[in-house]
Design a protein around this ligand. Structure first.
Ligand code: ZN
Length: 632
């Protein structure tokens, strides 16, 4: 009901203004999507919007002795596009381990594997002779019969690949603990603005369709499997009292130790068949992954994520008993899920589960995070735990972007990393107080960007993520993007910002939004045309640098002229100290830059003598803070 009202208000009052307002640059392929009405200028999916997807039924076996993963899968792939598909583009990210694959950075011998070996491949019962030997992270299979619009294909694949010795986002964590992600060949995204996604995986981010999954994992006895999705058969794979503990955790607020180290070592956890097959279901989700260990301990609890419907999410952690920080993991996750569901973004956690697993990746996956332990309290003291909690908060925040909102992280990493960094900051303020969190955010997220000497640092944020590298990639994806979201929050106020953000999230969850959909949705949802702001932050070479140019005294006032040297439309405080020692402060939102992005004159009405004036952007760190101060 609310949504209808905003939309109506937009159409009546804002729409004519939008037509005349500043237009944002759009590449030609994006313009075409709007012309074809797969996307619409009010920010919503267009009346011709479509997206493809599949039903994946995957069976995998992990053999700890050989470290080989083998699998068979059936994919029922739906072509919902108006186009006839002559090829299927198959993506297998783990081919990044092949020595021949291009990569984002240096690696070593332990990282290399032989990659994917496709053993059989059929489409609609027709066998294909697929040689995956020369595939990188993307392979193309030419279809014998084209896949017509609005039809589906039954694709069956069997394959195997080795787990790399050096684990990153996946691989062998130790000789009996494996993180198994990106483990199945999948059909790459075919979309309305770019066609097939054939960009190779370059060690950075992802872009995936929403699929329904049935995942069955076969492992030897005493190996536990933690995975994306609901465990369907706890009684078949766990001993009765362990299965009961797990089920109890689904309704408990207390942390329950499902398996301790002794029980794991004594064979008290899993059923004692030679092999157990663990079955999981997860629907309308962009990926599934899992982890396996025969000696990790296992905690679980749950938390209400939707108070209206009393909906709970299972929260679990699996880790080496020696990792002191992970003993707090479930409690921290309960806190994050509650915060994210009720505060920012203020959308109920959308999945039935979240598992934190101890690896080395500091990486998000749907319903899973794989984080390093930071529990060396001798080095970090309390800070070690705070840092561990911050990383876990960040990775869990990714649930919303890119897993609830199916963004194209490969092309536009700021659409997920920028938000995860923003939520990491906001929950950090709630956990640690503003002063502490401001200093952490400045140190980790902004300082390196604003003082980065490289000439590439000021590329517009809208630049495709695959076309910036190193610091340019990091700055655009994390710090700068996050600042743009926080600047917009300051500009609109919490209520206006929430209206815009929720409008965007309501319109595009489970779909594939692009930056222009975000821009247009924020304008529609907040009820004001924000193109000037988005142009300023996303389409320019701006950076952060304000300067007090002059301070002149008139009758009963001072006039402060502030120049925006860097150009970004940032909020800031004007801090005044009078000659009598009194202090005053005014806050300016980014709206002060709407009509003149270069300079503004602020009037301070007073009969008193001013001793000093300082302009302070806080977390919007200034490139040259020396000229932010005027002293009498
Ligand atoms: Zn992230």
């Amino acid at each position: 009901m609310k949504k209808t009202f905003y939309l109506a208000a937009f159409l009546l009052f804002v729409s004519p203004a939008l037509l005349n307002a500043q237009q944002l640059y759009m590449p030609r392929n994006i313009t075409n999507a709007f012309k074809k009405r797969t996307r619409s200028l009010d920010g919503s999916p267009g009346k011709n919007y479509w997206q493809n997807g599949g039903k994946y039924d995957i069976n995998e076996t992990v053999t700890p002795d050989t470290k080989i993963v083998s699998g068979v899968e059936q994919i029922v792939y739906s072509n919902n596009s108006p186009d006839t598909l002559k090829v299927l583009v198959i993506r297998f990210v783990n081919n990044i381990h092949k020595p021949e694959s291009p990569r984002g950075g240096y690696t070593n011998d332990n990282f290399f594997t032989t990659g994917l070996d496709i053993k059989s491949f059929s489409v609609n019962n027709q066998e294909y002779d697929v040689d995956s030997k020369n595939w990188g992270t993307v392979g193309v299979v030419r279809l014998k019969e084209p896949l017509l619009p609005h039809s589906s294909a039954d694709v069956n694949i069997s394959w195997s690949y080795p787990l790399s010795k050096q684990d990153g986002r996946e691989g062998q964590i130790d000789s009996a603990t494996f993180y198994v992600a990106y483990s199945y060949p999948r059909i790459s995204v075919y979309d309305d603005y770019n066609g097939w996604d054939v960009l190779p995986h370059n060690s950075q981010e992802f872009y995936n369709d929403f699929n329904d999954y049935k995942l069955a994992i076969k492992v030897p006895k005493n190996y536990v499997v933690w995975a994306t999705g609901d465990l369907q058969n706890p009684d078949e794979v766990l001993q009765p009292d362990i299965s009961k503990r797990l089920k109890d955790s689904y309704t408990s607020d207390d942390v329950i130790h499902i398996a301790d180290l002794k029980e794991m070592k004594d064979g008290k956890i899993t059923q004692q068949n030679d092999w157990n097959t663990w079955k999981f279901d997860a629907n309308h989700i962009t990926d599934v992954c899992y982890a396996v260990s025969n000696h990790y301990v296992w905690d679980a609890s749950s938390v209400i994520v939707d108070a209206k419907n009393n909906r709970r999410t299972s929260v679990q952690a699996a880790y080496n008993d020696t990792a002191a920080d992970f003993h707090h993991s479930v409690k921290w996750a309960q806190n994050s899920l509650k915060y994210f569901s009720t505060k920012w973004p203020g959308v109920s956690y959308p999945f039935p589960k979240m598992t934190a697993f101890q690896g080395h990746a500091d990486m998000e996956y749907p319903m899973m995070v794989n984080d390093a332990t930071v529990s060396d309290t001798r080095r970090f003291g309390d800070q070690g735990f705070k840092f561990a909690q911050m990383v876990q908060d960040h990775e869990i925040a990714h649930t919303y972007f890119p897993f609830y909102m199916g963004t194209n992280e490969k092309r536009y990493a700021f659409m997920d990393e920028g938000w995860a960094t923003t939520f990491e900051y906001l929950i950090g303020v709630a956990e640690n107080g503003k002063a502490y969190e401001d200093s952490v955010y400045k140190m980790f997220r902004i300082n390196r960007y604003i003082h980065d000497p490289s000439t590439e640092e000021d590329q517009p944020i809208i630049t495709m993520s695959t076309q910036v590298s190193g610091a340019g990639y990091g700055n655009n994806s994390y710090g700068k993007a996050s600042l743009s979201y926080l600047a917009l929050k300051d500009l609109l106020g919490d209520t206006g910002f929430e209206k815009g953000l929720h409008h965007y999230m309501d319109e595009w969850n489970g779909k594939h939004p692009i930056p222009w959909d975000y821009f247009n949705c924020m304008s529609t949802g907040s009820g004001q045309n924000l193109n000037w702001f988005f142009h300023n932050w996303f389409f320019t070479n701006n950076y952060i640098d304000l300067k007090i140019d002059t301070l002149t005294r008139g009758k009963g006032f001072y006039a402060v002229k502030v120049k925006n040297i860097g150009g970004f439309a940032i909020p800031f405080d004007v801090n005044i100290v009078y000659a009598d020692g009194q202090k005053a402060s005014m806050h300016e939102t980014p709206s002060v830059w709407k009509n003149n992005e270069e300079e503004q004159v602020f009037k301070i009405s007073t009969e008193k003598i001013i001793k000093s004036v300082e302009i302070d952007g806080g977390i919007f760190m200034d490139y040259n803070p020396e000229d932010n101060v005027w002293k009498n």
